[in-house]
Design a protein around this ligand. Structure first.
Ligand code: ZN
Length: 496
């Protein structure tokens, strides 16, 4: 076997082990009885340790470096060597003791967080969070660079992007998001979503969700839809992509748009180039880029006039109580915007402010400018300044997200990055194929899907977000397309 083949074989094994761990995790979320949890944690941890040992191996890094020097730039193999080198360096920089301590502390902190949130008592959670922040700081110092520690947190989810870049993007959005949110909050009854409330049988909801995913092109012969407490998408290969959602009888909106979101992630995974199958590059790229695909189908497509016109007859067939609803009524109802306290329930317009608040607090925690004990007050102050609301308690404020208890610092900004990129990609797709909006209203999404497959999906993990966006749109990532999309949409809906 050639040097390159041996290298690929090693990575194929690591990838297979990684996917086996993912499958155990999917099963835990979807099927596993509660009493299985202790044994399952051990099983998953073993597989992850095997993946880690293979990818942190210094000989692998050496081999990647040598190969990279001799491979044609832009080739799949060069991208694979670059990915491997980065992964190997990253994994070998953090001492095994710290990895184990972080796993232990975050698992403890998550337990405490569940109780603290139920009791709405931040004081209960603070000591555990302090320990997690301390360990995450230590991890950032191990990963570097020393003069920009937040980069270490960010690059876990958004490799290729620096803190100043993401900060500039968010700063570019902030004033206008605040202004639009204020304007919308001033007219709470301008857009009515009452028609979407009622009783919607779960079987009919499930059918509607499957129809929506199928309509946008999610291939059910290479995927499935299940129910879990927290919706997600995971893939084991191009031919096996799993979506989950959750249903509530009081409304179909959460499940429908949740499925469009996850199916957007799923389309990405199903359309990676066949040549990358079985290798670590066979996956969506960074978190921000992945989120751009889910947000594009959920919001830019799903919440468009065209999609509403196309999909309304199917909704009426499933839910007879909607018989009097017009396409325009549906469009307005699913786009109602209003400032709210809980990020995961926030609408398209106000969502970004929830993220900006968290990004700013994370940086202050890392630098030491903010102490854990002072988090609730800082959270409340920013919620007032950005959203005009005061959290009545910790559960609806600083304790609402699981991320920090799990050590997931640097993750939040990728959500907004996804929104920003989604608008830029959609604008480029429509510029290249002007028939896209019209065909969407006819329920034909093939032109858009084809453009995305060609310009985004097929590359898998070969490119970072900034590189891919530049290649696909001819421009650096910019907040402008997203802002003009929001201005146009909400300006018209709210007559601003
Ligand atoms: Zn997502």
């Amino acid at each position: 076997m050639s040097e390159l083949e041996t290298f690929k074989e090693h990575l194929r094994e690591a990838h297979a082990l990684h996917k086996a761990a993912d499958l155990l995790e999917w099963d835990q979320q979807v099927n596993m009885p509660r009493q299985g949890v202790t044994a399952r944690m051990e099983q998953t941890a073993l597989l992850k340790r095997l993946v880690h040992e293979r990818l942190a191996d210094p000989r692998l890094g050496e081999r990647a470096r040598t190969l990279l020097a001799g491979l044609p730039a832009g080739s799949d193999e060069a991208a694979l060597a670059r990915w491997t080198l980065r992964e190997q360096e990253r994994r070998s920089k953090v001492p095994a003791r710290l990895v184990a301590e972080l796993a232990r502390q975050t698992s403890l902190a998550q337990d405490v967080w569940v109780e603290a949130r139920a009791k709405s008592d931040f004081g209960l959670f603070a000591p555990a969070l302090e320990r997690v922040v301390e360990l995450k700081r230590e991890q950032a110092r191990a990963l570097g660079p020393a003069d920009r520690l937040y980069d270490a947190w960010l690059s876990e989810f958004e490799p290729g992007m620096t803190t100043p870049q993401i900060a500039a993007l968010l700063e570019g959005l902030k004033p206008e998001l605040i202004a639009l949110t204020r304007a919308v909050a001033a007219q709470p009854s301008a857009v009515d979503d009452a028609p979407l409330r009622g009783r919607f049988p779960l079987d009919a909801q499930r059918s509607v969700c499957e129809q929506a995913a199928q309509a946008i092109g999610f291939d059910f012969s290479a995927g499935r839809l299940d129910v879990s407490a927290h919706p997600f998408c995971t893939s084991f290969s191009r031919g096996d992509v799993r979506l989950t959602t959750r249903f509530s009888e009081a409304s179909f909106v959460g499940a429908l748009f949740g499925v469009l979101h996850e199916a957007g992630h799923g389309l990405y995974e199903q359309n990676v180039a066949a040549a990358l199958e079985g290798l670590p590059l066979c996956a969506g790229s960074t978190m921000g880029l992945h989120e751009s695909q889910s947000r594009l189908w959920e919001n830019i497509v799903g919440r468009s006039r065209g999609f509403c016109a196309f999909f309304l007859p199917r909704l009426k067939a499933a839910f007879p109580q909607l018989s009097g609803l017009s396409a325009e009524g549906l469009y307005r109802a699913v786009n109602r915007a209003t400032p709210s306290l809980i990020r995961v329930e926030a609408d398209e317009l106000t969502y970004g402010l929830h993220v900006i608040l968290r990004f700013e607090l994370e940086q202050d925690l890392l630098s030491g400018a903010l102490r854990v004990a002072d988090l609730p007050a800082a959270w409340a102050a920013k919620t007032r300044a950005y959203l005009g609301l005061t959290p009545p308690d910790d559960a609806r404020g600083v304790l609402q997200d699981v991320h920090w208890s799990d050590g997931l610092f640097g993750y939040f900004p990728t959500y907004v990055l996804g929104n920003v990129i989604s608008a830029q990609l959609f604008a480029a797709a429509v510029a290249a194929r002007p028939g896209i909006p019209r065909s969407m209203a006819a329920g034909d999404f093939s032109a858009l899907r084809g453009w995305l497959a060609e310009n985004v999906h097929r590359h898998g993990r070969k490119l970072f977000a900034g590189e891919l966006v530049l290649q696909a749109t001819g421009k650096e990532i910019s907040p402008e397309p997203y802002l003009s999309y929001l201005r146009a949409k909400f300006g018209e809906l709210y007559s601003l």
